[in-house]
Structures are given as C-alpha cells and as structure tokens.
Write a protein that binds this ligand. Sequence first.
Ligand code: NAD
Length: 247
Amino acid sequence: MGTEQRVIAILGAGGALGGAISRQLAGESLAGLVLSDVNATSLDGTIGAVSDGVPLETTLADVSDFQQVEAVVARTVERFGRLDVLVSNAGVLSPNGRIHNLAAEDWERAFQVNVLGQVNAIRAAVPVMREQKSGSIILTASVAGLTAWPHAAPYCVTKAAVIHLAKVAAVEYARDGIRVNCVCPGTFLSGMHADLSPGAIDAIAAKHPLGLGSPSDLVGAYSYLASDASRWTTGSAIVVDGGYAAP
Ligand SMILES: NC(=O)c1ccc[n+]([C@@H]2O[C@H](COP(=O)([O-])OP(=O)(O)OC[C@H]3O[C@@H](n4cnc5c(N)ncnc54)[C@H](O)[C@@H]3O)[C@@H](O)[C@H]2O)c1
C-alpha cells in the first residue's frame, strides 16, 4: 500500500495532540482521513485546521462506548473502502490525589477512557484489518506509564496498561499483518494542564532535559508508525519526551 493510498482514522482527533497528528497526516496525501472526537467543539477546531484537499469524514464518538467506535470504523470502510491506520489518541487525566484519597469513580473514569477506549479501538479495527491482512494501530500512552507520578495513580496505571496492551496486541495480530504500537509523549501544554499554576508548569518543565515539548514535536512518531517505514516495528513504545524518562 503506497502512502498516498492509505486510509487513516483518528479517535480523539480534537485537542492539542489530536489536532497536530491530524494536520500532519492530512498533509501526507491520503486516500481518506476520518476524524472523530467526543467533543464537537474540540473536533471542529481540528477540522478547521486540516488543510483542504484531503478526502475527509468527521464524526462524534465516545471511545469508552464500543458501539460508537465500531460506528467510526464502519463509516470509514463505507466511505473509503478500507482502514489502513487507526490512531487511538483520546485520553483523560485523573483527579489529583494520593491513592487513599481517590474514589472508585476516579479509577473507573480513567480506565473507561484510557484503557477500555484503546481496547475498543483495537476490537473495532481488527476485523477490517484482518480481512485486508494489513494495518497499523497506534495508541497514545505517556511517559506516565513508564515513570511514577505521585498524586496521579489512575493516570499512570492506565497509561502503563496501554503500553502493555500494545505489546500483547502486537503479538496476537502479527500473523494477521497488523502492527500495534504506542507513543509515550513527555509533557506538552494542552487542555489537560488548564488547572496548573505557572509554578507547577515550570517544575514539570525542569524535569525535561530538553524542556517542555509541543504537539508538533510528537507528530513524527505517529507519521513513522502510520507509514511503511515502520513495517518491522510492532509492540513498541516509542518514547518522545525531551529526555524526561532518561535519568
Ligand atoms: N499533554 C501532555 O502532556 C500529554 C503527555 C503524554 C500523553 N498525553 C496523551 O495525549 C493524548 C492527547 O492529550 P492532549 O494533551 O492533546 O489533551 P487534550 O485535552 O487537548 O485532548 C484530548 C482529546 O481527547 C478527547 N477525548 C477525551 N475523552 C474522550 C472520549 N471518551 N472519547 C473520545 N474523545 C475523547 C477530548 O475531547 C480532547 O479532544 C491523551 O491520550 C493524553 O493522555 C498527553
């Protein structure tokens, strides 16, 4: 499959990183791009920033609901005839608090979106990609899944689960021609940090040897995993974090 014939769907296409990934992949001359998010305003922001000319389909979907994710994949196949790359990027931070102060609902919300959402993406994409005998599934994890952040247990634990989910799925589906990888970003400013004080942001920045990133620093990893250049890469957690996890 040449890069210009690829059909790509992105879940969680709104927001800072989703918008940047969408713009990057839209600029790569595709046969079709499907953008989806649970939040209409967030999705509209991305649609407005995607360059004209790419055949585009957009739809609202909550990744924690399998039927909604399945509907995104069905719409992709209906409109473009195939699905070559599925980017599963939706994610939510958990409330700030030590483990003994967090409620079950704090864990449930993080699991519903960060873990089940990515499982739903794999479940929905696999039947189509198995039939094609090819496909690339790209999950967004985090360096929070590799390092321990106090006061953020549900976020860290669910992102660690995403990294392992990518490995298990990679092994399960390699013989079907489906690759599954994840990207582990370090911190870049987004809506997730709206409640943080400048002092707290400076403290996070200080832990990144190359300083805070921006969404545009991440898109190369998604571009690589969405392309044939990554044809021998599966089960990988690609860390793009300005050196955060290096020490
Ligand atoms: N910002 C960071 O520093 C950072 C670092 C590492 C990983 N990440 C991960 O990057 C991804 C994007 O985050 P961001 O920083 O761009 O945040 P963001 O808040 O700007 O964007 C997140 C997007 O996900 C969407 N979303 C949330 N719940 C959803 C659901 N149930 N179904 C569908 N869409 C949903 C939101 O509407 C929003 O458009 C997340 O998975 C996040 O965990 C972010």
